[in-house]
Structure formats: structure tokens, C-alpha cells
Design a binder for this molecule. Structure first.
Ligand SMILES: Nc1ncnc2c1ncn2[C@@H]1O[C@H](COP(=O)(O)OP(=O)(O)OP(=O)(O)O)[C@@H](O)[C@H]1O
Ligand SMILES: [Mg+2]
Length: 249
């Protein structure tokens, strides 16, 4: 087996008496989409935050590109290429599509924020931003205000912002949320292509999307991974059917 791009080893996190992460082990292999599913409140977002750096685990480690990043900040992990897209959109709605992509490119270079005019004239930054937009099919929309994009296009723009970081792994928390059926289908096609750029750890409730995309699925229940396997293995897993799909085994 090749070295995982990302690996979570024995992560635990409690909020008072509640064990939100209970000795979690998880890895992300090159080229794969690994879906993390589980009921509401299972601890999926809490785990994602610990992987991305927004929340410190009580114990356990996160390794990224072979390095222990457990104590690194979100920004330091992002600069290494750990690209997170958010459950709640982090885009500046009043800015144009291009400005949002430029802000990403600027952050990726570690340059301090200046005023927009100099940034717009910085041709190296503009190149990075426009390349990222063209790869998510949004270059035609560059001068549009971000608020005018559809939900699906905003998700694509978030990915474009992430692409400016030259990502080595994507972490996505419910990217399908708020998209209609056709929006989800479009994003599914898009993510299927994106996996060739970098592997994706995908938290998602939309099971059509999960079953269509995932190479592997891990199931989280009450902070514990109860199963990891292929789509077929997870569909047939008695404990998963009982705990998650709400069926009598
Ligand atoms: N900062 C916090 N302080 C206290 N409890 C928290 C905190 N963050 C999360 N929790 C609790 O931890 C548990 C896991 O929450 P989390 O948001 O990770 O679940 P989730 O699997 O992402 O759920 P959903 O599918 O609804 O997004 C929940 O019981 C939640 O109330
Ligand atoms: Mg969540």
C-alpha cells in the first residue's frame, strides 16, 4: 500500500462528558474519494476541524504528507496544501468572482493584504487566480459579483480558491448542502474529475453522491468509526444498516 496523503491516528476529543471523537483512525490515499458519513451529531464536523487545524484534539495525531501537523495552525496546514472547503460558505459575496480567487492566491503566497488595485495589477497573482477559475469553468464569470452565482457555482468558486493553494488534499464538509438535484449531479461530476488533482475527504449526507463517488466509506457513530469499506461493503454491513440506515438487522 502507498503512503497515505493524510492520516488520523487515535484522535479523541471530548466536550464535557460528550465524546465527540473516540479514538478515530482514518486515512486518505492518493487519488481516492473517502466519504465520511454518519447521523447528525455523530462528530463528523468536529473531526474535520481537528484535521484542518481549527480544533486541537485531546489526544492522537494528524499526519499530512508524512509530517505530524497536529500542533500546526489552520493557515500552516493550508500552506502545505491541505485545502478545506466550508460547510458555511467563506466567500466575500459582494466581491467579484475574480477578486475572491485573487484573495485566495494572495493568501497562498503569504503576502499581506494590500488594496485591491495593486493586486489586480499583479500579473503573477492574476495568472494563478485566472487559471484556477478556468479549471472550475468560471473564467467567463470572473467579473460577476459572487452573490449572483448559483449555489453550485459558489461551491466551484470555493474549490477555485482552494486550487490557488496547489492543494495536496481536499477536505469537504457537506458540499452538496443547499444544492438541488441537478446542482448535486453537476457537483458530483465535478468532484469526480477533481479527485485527479488531489484526493478528497468528503463529509456528505447526500447518499446518491456518496455512493456515486466514494472509493471507500467510513461510518462514524457517536464519535467512533464503526466501519470502513467499499460502497458495497458498507451497504451490506449489518451494524451500519442498524446504526445509520435505521434498519432492523
Ligand atoms: N464546541 C462545541 N462544544 C460543545 N459541544 C460541541 C461542540 N462542537 C460540537 N459539539 C457537539 O459534538 C457532537 C458532534 O457534533 P458535530 O457537529 O461534529 O456533528 P456532525 O456529525 O458534524 O453533525 P451534522 O451531520 O449535523 O453536521 C454534537 O453532539 C455537538 O452538539
Ligand atoms: Mg457537521
Amino acid at each position: 500500500m502507498t503512503d497515505p496523503v493524510l492520516s488520523v491516528r487515535g484522535i479523541s476529543k471530548s466536550f464535557g462528558a460528550l465524546k465527540a471523537s473516540d479514538d478515530v483512525n482514518l486515512d486518505l490515499q492518493p487519488g481516492e474519494i473517502h466519504a465520511l458519513i454518519g447521523p447528525n451529531g455523530a462528530g463528523k464536523s468536529t473531526l474535520i476541524k481537528q484535521i484542518a487545524g481549527g480544533l486541537r484534539p485531546d489526544s492522537g495525531q494528524v499526519h499530512f504528507l508524512g509530517k505530524d501537523v497536529t500542533l500546526l495552525s489552520t493557515v500552516a496546514r493550508a500552506r502545505m496544501g491541505l485545502a478545506r472547503t466550508f460547510q458555511i460558505s467563506s466567500l466575500a459575496m459582494e466581491d467579484t468572482v475574480l477578486q475572491n480567487a485573487l484573495l485566495g492566491a494572495l493568501g497562498a503566497q503569504g503576502k499581506p493584504f494590500r488594496f485591491f488595485h495593486p493586486v489586480l495589477k499583479d500579473s503573477a497573482l492574476r495568472d494563478i487566480a485566472e487559471t484556477a477559475l478556468s479549471r472550475v469553468n468560471l473564467l467567463d464569470h470572473a467579473t460577476m459579483r459572487t452573490s449572483e452565482l448559483s449555489h453550485g457555482q459558489r461551491r466551484q468558486l470555493e474549490v477555485a480558491v482552494a486550487l490557488t493553494l496547489n492543494p495536496k488534499a481536499f477536505i469537504m464538509d457537506e458540499p452538496m448542502a443547499g444544492l438541488g438535484t441537478s446542482g448535486s449531479q453537476n457537483l458530483t461530476t465535478f468532484l469526480d474529475e477533481l479527485r485527479h488533482e488531489a484526493p478528497i475527504l468528503l463529509v456528505e449526507h447526500d447518499m446518491d453522491a456518496v455512493f456515486a463517488l466514494a472509493d471507500r466509506i467510513s461510518v462514524l457513530v457517536y464519535g467512533k468509526i464503526i466501519a470502513t469499506g467499499s460502497v458495497d461493503e458498507i451497504r451490506a454491513h449489518p451494524e451500519v444498516r442498524r446504526a445509520y440506515l435505521g434498519e432492523d438487522a
